[in-house]
Design a protein around this ligand. Structure first.
Ligand code: ADP
Ligand code: MG
Ligand code: MG
Length: 889
């Protein structure tokens, strides 16, 4: 088996095997871009190692052969005293996991060849700096020495030399530091730093394999839903040096602004530095545009390479590069992460550039991003005290209590507090705290710092590099210019779109995207306006593309009107329960307590006109579009007073000997109706069948409302939906009664109302007998909330808080089945019910009205099984439209 690929052998489509970094290094190599030669050890080799605890037998020899070829090509050998070849050993999985895994630079240096390197480069300082970096990185990541041990020694060396920055240390200082580092390794790792370069290489490769399974990597994968068994590839890349003096340097760049999507030059550059220095925020970088002034030739070449990459990948790319004495080298590229806003803008820009078509543009965004853009932001005129300003790294408005370490962030957020995690800079150990926080604020680091990259990936608000704020994590406080002190627990507000940081709670305003959907905004030329234009275009692409219709779950005219503005094509679920609450409760109580037909009829007759008015308004708001009204669903006792309260009242009254007859009857009824499992009790169609006249009253109200709308010149399209049906007989009974009522109303008003009658499919038995049920139903609407509860046998309200977290942690669920439809179980029933329903009645209309109707993944499933529409809450409608478009694109 082939475990090693030269950079010239791979390509960008081999990410599974070569990891993202390796595949793209190969792609760039084959594009003729300046990539330092090297080779990649496959993820297969890593998998063997992770499974068996040992590298595959063939690996050693294959690495040897590729190493020979590399040495041949470079004209130097690892460890060669006069002119040593150095390489980096770099992790690189299929999906990028920023900063999660290990990389070791300068592998191959040893006591024997450090002077040779110095002589070759004509730079003593550079050679010793490279060597101390190797021992430091190798010691920490391969030999498990605590990183602070080296940091402390470095700080001490600087103090002794009176140096401010690393670059102020001269060759002599660094030589001494190397000796100290050697001692640290010997003491802490219990062995000498390995002098044999091949041993260094092999140990580093193994360490990269091992880094796949560190706790922080596992946590990141769970968060990002990256499978745990992919393994990482390892890239061996010949070193180029950015730390060879002022005409050298290293940087990162984006082909467009990953925050806003704006076209232009974005990135950071650091003179006389090696790789990690930029990301770690150790010294301050300069904006990439400044490189033009430092090294025009390399700058021009970089710009032209970026254009090549964008055209080749047809997307925003991010890049790592190094300049060695005026020569530009490409060290990494990939299709870059971006904010939601940037994703929408870039997709439409690329369409305009002719690089992608509309269908592909839809694949470049997703519903989760759109949902994120619909979050509120801070008001434009903020009156709160501004503490300072940093870099707008990841947008959004976040308010919370200041915490200065991850542990506190997690602890406080568990107890329901909203927190802002404030750090000088973050590192992968802060991941837990970043997840728990509403937002992240750092005082160091740029747009490409760890905090910024990870926050953007998580869709979390982040302001980074707010340098005027002095963060003191030990004393848990932050000091702003002017001496304002923020202590742990004080409320702060951070604006990830502007980089501004405020003391106290800043009020938030709706997002421009929501304003747009509401029809209240027109697009200007600023970022918000450009975003609105892009969203508008993408929604149009989606609407053109999609087959699924999108309806709203709405119970009143106001929600219906909003839903319509958001693009709803009808109401898929109007719940009638709220129409029985409030002032009408008393009437409902009388209905439930009625002993005689007369009493019952009286309360039903009192309810009828009120119900009718509700429907008239609703049908008017949705004129011309279908409105599915579900007849009463919840358990009866929900309409009666609380059993404990009532018992106390009755007991008190009895002790005063002035018992109230009505209360006594109520209490009896409450006892009579009490259920152990109300969810599985007297509700839905069962209720309609045991309380005579209830459903017919509702049907009459619907029919009369429709007739009234028709008389007023409207176009009502009501659909009557029977809940919780388990067998066709139930449906037939209700339907027969309903048809009589409808016939009466039609006759009296002399109209044909075209009322459709259908049912919810929300019990496994209904799904399994859908072929029979379709005999009596003109439409099905899948109630996937109840269907999920009954298929799994757990009640949502009881289990989400109890064992779901454990299930998610154990990986039993990737995601809650109430959030995303469980395709294998619930989905299989839906699929079967669709098939058998349509076999009985080919024009059966199919929809879904559970929460899943607005969930991106689930929408794709509903598209695939051939539903006619999904229905969701008004705010989810744009998301559902977009995802329905993406599913069809
Ligand atoms: P990560 O995945 O954390 O970015 P990388 O493997 O890309 O890790 O390496 C870390 C840093 O070292 C990057 O800045 C990279 O550009 C730099 N680097 C890696 N290999 C080399 C090399 N052969 N020559 C010079 N710099 C390198
Ligand atoms: Mg990198
Ligand atoms: Mg239900």
């Amino acid at each position: 088996q082939k475990f090693v690929y030269d950079f010239t052998e791979g390509n960008k489509d081999l990410k599974d095997l070569l990891g993202g970094k390796g595949a793209n290094l190969a792609e760039m190599t084959n594009l003729g871009l300046p990539v330092p030669p090297g080779f990649t050890i496959t993820t297969d080799a890593c998998k063997v190692y992770l499974r068996s605890g040992a590298e595959p037998a063939a690996l050693r020899e294959q690495v040897g052969a590729h190493l020979d070829a590399l040495q041949e090509r470079m004209g130097k050998r690892l460890g060669q005293p006069g002119d040593p070849l150095l390489v980096s050993v770099r992790s690189g999985a299929k999906f990028s996991m920023p900063g999660m895994m290990d990389t070791v630079l300068n592998v191959g240096l040893s006591d024997a060849c450090v002077e040779g390197l110095a002589a070759q480069a004509g730079d003593e300082r550079f050679a010793w700096d490279s060597y101390r970096r190797l021992i430091q990185m190798f010691g920490a990541t391969v030999l498990g020495v605590a990183a602070e041990r080296f940091d402390d020694a470095l700080e001490q060396a600087k103090a002794e030399a009176g140096a401010v920055n690393d670059v102020d240390l001269d060759a002599g200082h660094l030589r001494d530091l190397v000796a100290v580092y050697h001692d640290i390794v010997r003491l802490d790792a219990g062995r000498d730093f390995p002098q044999d370069p091949r041993e260094q290489l092999d140990l580093a490769v193994r360490a990269v394999f091992d880094s796949w399974n560190t706790e922080r990597a596992k946590l990141y994968r769970r968060q990002e839903r990256i499978p745990g068994d992919l393994g990482t590839a390892v890239n061996i890349c010949s070193m180029v040096f950015g730390n060879l003096g002022p005409d050298s340097g290293t940087g990162v760049a984006f082909t467009r602004d990953p925050a806003s999507g704006q076209q232009g030059v974005y990135g950071d550059y650091l003179q006389n530095a090696q790789g990690e220095d930029v990301v770690a925020g150790i010294r301050n970088t300069v904006p990439l545009a400044d490189l033009a002034g430092l090294d025009q030739k390399s700058y021009d070449e970089l710009m032209s390479i970026m254009e090549t990459l964008e055209t080749h990948y047809r997307d925003l790319c991010d890049i790592e590069f190094t300049i060695e004495r005026g020569t530009l080298w490409m060290l990494q590229t990939r299709v870059g992460k971006r904010t939601a806003a940037a994703a929408f803008r870039i997709a439409t820009q690329l369409v305009d550039q002719g690089l992608i078509d509309e269908a592909e543009a839809l694949q470049r965004v997703n519903g989760a991003q759109l949902a994120q853009l619909m979050f509120p932001r801070f008001a434009d005129k903020v009156t709160a005290d501004r503490l300072g300003r940093g870099i707008a790294a990841s947008p959004g408005a976040a308010v919370g209590k200041a915490v200065f370490d991850s542990y506190t962030a997690v602890k406080w957020s568990r107890s329901g507090e909203k927190v802002i995690l404030i750090r000088r800079e973050t590192n992968p150990d802060d991941l837990n705290g970043m997840i728990a926080a509403e937002g992240i604020l750092t005082s160091r680091g740029g747009k490409t710092s760890h905090a910024a990259v990870v926050a953007r990936g998580m869709g979390k608000t982040c302001v980074c590099g707010a340098e005027e704020l002095e963060v003191d994590t030990k004393r848990r406080r932050m000091t702003a210019p002017g001496g304002v002190v923020v202590e742990e627990g004080d409320t702060v507000s951070i604006d990830g779109s502007t980089g501004k940081v405020y003391l106290g709670e800043v009020p938030v305003v709706p997002s421009p995207v929501v304003e747009y959907f509401e029809g209240r905004t027109h697009a200007g030329a600023d970022d918000a306006g450009e975003l609105v234009k892009a969203v508008h275009r993408m929604m149009a692409y989606a609407d053109r593309m999609r087959r699924l219709r999108v309806r709203a779950n709405a119970d009143n005219a106001e929600d219906a009107a909003r839903a319509r503005r958001f693009g709803a094509q009808g109401i898929g679920l109007c719940r009638t329960e709220h129409m029985f609450l409030g002032e009408r409760r008393e009437l409902v109580e009388r209905l439930i307590l009625a002993d005689t037909d007369e009493e019952r009829t009286a309360s039903l007759e009192a309810l009828l006109p009120q119900q009718r008015d509700d429907f008239v308004d609703l049908f008017e708001a949705m004129d011309g579009l279908p409105v599915t009204v579900r007849l009463l669903d919840p358990p009866l006792h929900e309409f009666l007073p609380d059993i404990t309260e009532l018992s106390v009242r009755v007991a008190l009254a009895e002790s005063r000997e002035d018992s109230n007859e009505n209360d006594l009857r109520l209490l009896q009824a409450v006892h009579r109706l009490h259920e152990q499992n109300p969810m599985l009790g007297l509700r839905g169609v069962r209720l309609g069948l045991v309380i005579p006249g209830l459903f017919t009253m509702q049907v009459r109200a619907i029919a009369e409302a429709a007739a009234a709308r028709r008389a007023a010149g409207g176009d009502p399209r009501a659909e009557i939906m029977i809940p919780l049906v388990g067998t066709v007989q139930e449906l037939e009974l209700v339907r027969d009664e309903a048809e009589q009522v409808i016939a009466q109303v039609q006759k009296r008003h002399d109209v044909d109302l075209h009322l459709a009658l259908g049912t919810m499919i929300e019990l496994p038995r209904a799904a399994l007998t859908a072929g029979q049920i379709a005999e009596a139903a003109e439409f099905f609407s899948f109630g996937t909330n109840d269907l999920t509860q009954t298929v799994w046998g757990f009640s949502r309200d009881d289990v989400e808080a109890s064992f779901f977290t454990a299930y998610l942690e154990k990986g039993i669920f990737g995601v809650s089945p109430f959030e995303t439809i469980d395709r294998d179980g619930v989905g299989a029933l839906v699929e079967r019910a669709c098939r058998e329903g349509r076999a009985t009645r080919p024009d059966l209309k199919l929809g879904v009205c559970g929460e899943h109707g607005g969930d991106p993944e689930s929408v794709h499933f509903f598209h695939a099984v051939g539903l006619d529409y999904v229905s969701c809450s008004p705010f989810r409608i744009p998301v559902a439209r977009l995802e329905a478009g993406r599913a069809a694109a």
